[in-house]
Design a protein around this ligand. Structure first.
Ligand SMILES: Cc1ncc(COP(=O)(O)O)c(C=O)c1O
Length: 439
């Protein structure tokens, strides 16, 4: 995946930041979201912000489609097609093709369905492979589901550190299941390279895109991946508890069609003809077999609004432009963090400087007082020469004290002088940082 971060001019002032905003072709997207005044929202990895269009759409679904259309809306308002319709929109964000993505259930359930399907395919093709491999730091639900799939398929779950996945791929591994972007560290696996390595080792690969769909460009076909799942309520802005999605490469769904294979949650809406109400299960073709029961139409409608925001980003460069901007933003935040640290260091240096000067002045006063007292005493005790008086006076403990204080002051001043004093003056940097924090 090639994402080029733009060359960033150095940030010098608030005006520079405002100019960047003015020239940003994506800036208008800010109005697509409802956010409280003064909030900089960086928690889209957990719950995406509320798209402006969602509340009106939900009211329309409730009042018109449900309230007036009632049961007819399953067809008249297209409720029955929501899973595939939204799936097609998500497909465009993850390098899949129309008709390849179903929106249904939660990510956990989709991990269960796709991991079970992959394990069943491998049981048929490579029965000696007994391992599901994943990353030790993967999101817990993926690991918990993998434990239970392993138990029901007679497999074992093997965990490796993220950087050592390639080394853990051997001829025992049936399925490699990874989250593309780690929920805790933000570390991103190389989708294509890791998929290639897993295939070379004879394993199938499932990618959890919970932290990448809608956040970074993803190319499932380009990577030749096997299965993928992802979350609707994070970067897709579908709202709390939004439905999730599932993708399988057509080579697997076509095989499942040919061999009438099912995923284990074979509910009635994943049936080939749900309204025949037949007593025996016959899977729908393609990815539609991964649907289980009746979807929440309200939640699906909210998710569609979230996904439609990406269509609004298309004229400004779409996912690639969003990614480039996110990289640029991160670089800016780092700039400000560095400046922030610089300001703290400058403040400490200034405090050390003040302490050193105070010590020096106190020491000089002590010395003068001490010197004067000695001179007086020497003059009283004997008739000495001026040189004698100086030698005797300076050969005293206050000279030692002065020396010590001098050394301490010099140390304090020296450690303060390490701070670079170029660039913005500390007070100005301070203003910039306070502005960024509150804007
Ligand atoms: C990587 C990953 N997978 C799965 C989930 C949980 O998905 P769900 O609650 O929809 O089952 C999360 C939740 O944050 C996640 O980060």
């Amino acid at each position: 995946m090639d994402v080029i971060a733009p060359d960033l001019p150095p940030v010098a002032s608030r005006e520079d930041c405002l100019a960047l905003d003015r020239d940003d072709p994506l800036a208008a997207l800010r109005d697509e979201f409802v956010l409280p005044e003064g909030v900089v929202y960086l928690d889209g990895n957990s719950l995406g912000a509320l798209p402006r269009r969602t509340a009106a759409r939900l009211a329309e679904v409730a009042q018109r489609e449900w309230g007036e259309g009632l049961i007819r809306s399953w067809n008249d308002a297209g409720w029955i097609d929501l899973s595939q319709r939204i799936g097609d929109k998500i497909a465009a964000l993850i390098g899949a093709r129309p008709g390849e993505v179903s929106v249904a259930d939660s990510t956990s359930l989709n991990v269960f369905k796709s991991l079970s399907a992959a394990a069943a395919l491998q049981r048929a093709d490579a029965p000696r492979r007994r391992v599901i491999l994943s990353e030790r730091g993967n999101f817990p639900t993926d690991l918990y589901i993998a434990e239970s799939v392993a138990a029901s398929h007679g497999l074992v779950l093997r965990l490796a550190d993220g950087e050592r996945i390639d080394a853990a791929l051997d001829d025992e591994v049936a399925v490699l299941m990874l989250t593309h972007v780690n929920y805790r560290s933000g570390r991103m696996h190389r989708l294509a390279e890791t998929t290639r390595a897993a295939h070379a080792a004879g394993a199938l690969v499932i990618w959890d895109l919970a932290h990448s769909a809608g956040a970074v460009p993803v190319d499932l076909h380009g990577a030749n991946a096997d299965f993928a799942v992802g979350c609707g309520y994070k970067y897709l802005n579908g709202g709390p508890g939004a439905p999730a999605f599932v993708w399988a490469h057509p080579r697997h769904t076509e095989r499942m069609d040919r061999e009438q294979l099912r995923q284990p949650l074979s509910g009635w809406l994943g049936h080939a003809a749900p309204f025949d109400f037949a007593p025996a299960y016959r899977p729908a073709r393609g990815i539609a077999r991964f649907v289980c029961g009746t979807p929440s139409v309200l939640a699906m409608s909210a998710l569609e609004c979230g996904v439609d925001v990406f269509a609004a980003a298309e004229p400004a460069g779409g996912m690639a432009a969003l990614r480039a901007k996110s990289i640029a933003r991160l670089a800016r935040l780092r700039d400000f963090r560095d400046v922030d640290e610089g300001v703290t260091r400058n403040r400490r240096a200034a405090a050390r400087g003040r302490a050193a000067w105070t010590l020096a002045i106190v020491a000089m006063m002590t010395f003068c007082r001490c010197f004067a007292r000695r001179v007086k005493r020497t003059l009283r005790s004997a008739q000495s020469s001026f040189v004698q008086i100086l030698v005797r006076a300076s050969h005293c403990s206050c000279m030692c004290r002065l020396l010590c204080v001098g050394l301490v002051s010099r140390f304090l001043l020296r450690s303060g002088s390490d701070v670079p004093r170029d660039g913005m003056p500390a007070c100005k940097r301070d203003c910039e940082i306070r502005h960024v924090r509150s804007s």
